[in-house]
Design a protein around this ligand. Structure first.
Ligand SMILES: [Zn+2]
Length: 256
């Protein structure tokens, strides 16, 4: 049966970089995919103001999602304005309830960017609340069940001290690399920004190099890593792993 996979990362192009191949494979297997960002990426530009940048980047995010037939959505926070507080949690709960996903992929709990970490925390705790009928968040009704929750890799697979954060399992995305490249290319306004802010000359090559490095870790050419959040009362069955099927990679397999 087709599932709804909802990706919620902080900014446009984060999910494409860290899980674009997996989302492409899931879409090609007939599942419904929505790529949501917490912000529209309004600070990620030099020459355009926040409003114009928001419009440009929302269009780019839609184009990127359309590459794999996915929908695009934005929760509506401003860049560097994602905080774990009561109104923010209610906004995220309302958003998740309106989407009714079976699986949520979100950012890693520890990552280089404050928005990434705040997104991870908010999405994790919002999932706890989505099925609680007496928790009110806008007009959306409580969900029957908490969606299966997964964290993507942190950027470059490292925490803030530079220590590696190993994935619990991986997805072999070799067959999805063409789609992943085209998704990233849709974020064309980021070419200049990433060069200025991060000193990265070519953001698509940076993504390829990262996906290759995760592949090396898991014994294939290209891979993406994930960790499932299974604390009480979150679902523990390996739904994403089952959907990944023949593309699933176990870290133990590569160590043999
Ligand atoms: Zn980001």
């Amino acid at each position: 049966m087709a599932k709804h996979i909802l990706s919620i990362h902080a900014h446009p192009d984060d999910a494409e970089t860290l899980a674009g191949g997996t989302l492409a494979l899931l879409a090609s297997l007939g599942h419904r995919v929505t790529i949501a960002t917490m912000t529209a990426g309004d600070c990620g530009a030099i020459e355009t103001g926040p409003e114009e940048t928001t419009n440009i980047r929302k269009r780019e995010a839609e184009t990127a999602a359309a590459v794999i037939g996915a929908a695009s959505a934005c929760v509506g926070f401003p860049d560097l304005g994602i905080f774990n507080n009561d109104p923010s949690r209610r906004s995220v709960v309302e958003f998740i309830r309106s989407m009714k996903p079976d699986i949520i992929l979100t950012s890693a709990p520890v990552d280089y960017h404050p928005d990434h970490e705040a997104t991870s925390l908010l999405v994790r705790d919002a999932c706890f609340a989505v099925s609680v009928p007496n928790y009110h968040a806008g007009d959306a009704r409580a969900l029957e069940e908490i969606p299966h929750l997964y964290f993507m890799d942190p950027i470059e697979g490292r925490d803030r001290e530079g220590s590696p954060v190993p994935p619990q399992f991986g997805v072999n995305v070799e067959e999805a690399m063409d789609a992943k490249r085209r998704m990233l290319l849709a974020h064309e306004s980021q070419r200049d920004w990433v060069k200025r802010q991060h000193g990265i000359d070519n953001y698509v090559e940076a993504m390829e190099s990262w996906t290759r490095s995760r592949g090396r870790h898991l014994g294939v050419a290209y891979a993406e890593g994930f960790r499932q959040y299974t604390s009480h009362p979150y679902p523990r069955s390996p739904l994403l792993q089952e959907l990944a099927g023949r593309f699933l990679l176990s870290p133990d397999a590569s160590r043999k």
